[in-house]
Design a protein around this ligand. Structure first.
Ligand code: PRT
Ligand code: MG
Length: 214
């Protein structure tokens, strides 16, 4: 009997967009991962199970072998850093943009802007590349709040429709990176299970291409 392969996903957008791709590969979860309280969910394939974890924990599970494969946003992967993950496949799902946002007109001139974000590495890198000084303030969520209460001049956050920014009197100012979700693979799993990991990777990549061309 072959070992069960594990695919790590996160609830929300990633799960929502990945399930149709899995379905196109003939893979169906044994129960609704959104409704279930289980963290490990079987599938109709007895050699494959799903792991439901925090979005920002997906790279960690895959890097440390808690999962053989995972689906995570490019934002999460770049912020995580490191080299423990095998070449990501761009699935083209859960698309958005990493942006600098703030009040209309941007940060007040003449002093170092304070930038609130959960993407501290990406934000620091972006401002450094541009030769701009910035004070980065780490938050874990609801970055839009920081400028409203005078704690920051700008934020770095993901933007899709822009509705969240507008609802809080902010606007998108600069695009840092286009974002989509990637399939990542544990390096050791690829060595020990090249056939099954390879086949699943190819099938998901093909399903993603087919989904994008429709
Ligand atoms: O739960 P945890 O804190 O670990 O992660 P999370 O809540 O950020 O995860 P989740 O499930 O919301 O997002 C997972 C991944 O989806 C992200 O890592 C991105 O790669 C991708 N994604 C795509 C997005 C969005 N679009 C998106 N719009 N992630 C978050 N948003 C948020 C954004 O942060 C902002 O609050 O949606 C709001 C903006 O949306 P608009 O449409 O109002 O512009
Ligand atoms: Mg969340």
């Amino acid at each position: 009997m072959s070992r069960t392969l594990t695919l790590a996903l996160s609830k929300g957008r990633i799960l929502e967009d990945t399930l149709p791709l899995l379905s196109a590969c003939g893979i169906e979860p044994a129960e609704d991962p959104d409704a279930s309280r289980k963290l490990i969910i079987g599938t109709n394939r007895d050699d494959l199970q799903l792991l439901v974890v925090r979005a920002s924990d997906v790279p960690t599970y895959v890097e440390h072998g808690g999962a053989d494969l995972g689906v995570a946003g490019r934002d999460v992967l770049l912020e995580h850093g490191g080299t423990g993950l095998y070449d990501p496949v761009d699935l083209g799902i859960a698309r958005c943009r990493l942006m600098v946002a703030g009040p209309k007109g941007g940060a007040p001139a003449g002093r170092r802007p304070r930038v609130a974000t959960k993407f501290v590495h990406l934000a620091r890198q972006y401002f450094a590349q541009q030769g701009r000084q910035a004070e980065i303030i780490k938050l874990y969520g609801s970055m839009e709040l920081a400028p409203l209460v005078g704690m920051a001049d700008l934020i770095v956050d993901l933007v899709d429709t822009g509705n969240t920014l507008r609802a809080n009197g902010l606007e998108p100012l600069e695009e840092i990176l286009p974002i989509s979700a990637r399939l990542v693979v544990n390096k050791a799993s690829l060595k020990t299970e090249p056939d099954r990991v390879g086949a699943l990777t190819r099938d998901l990549a093909a399903a993603a291409r087919a989904a994008q061309s429709t």
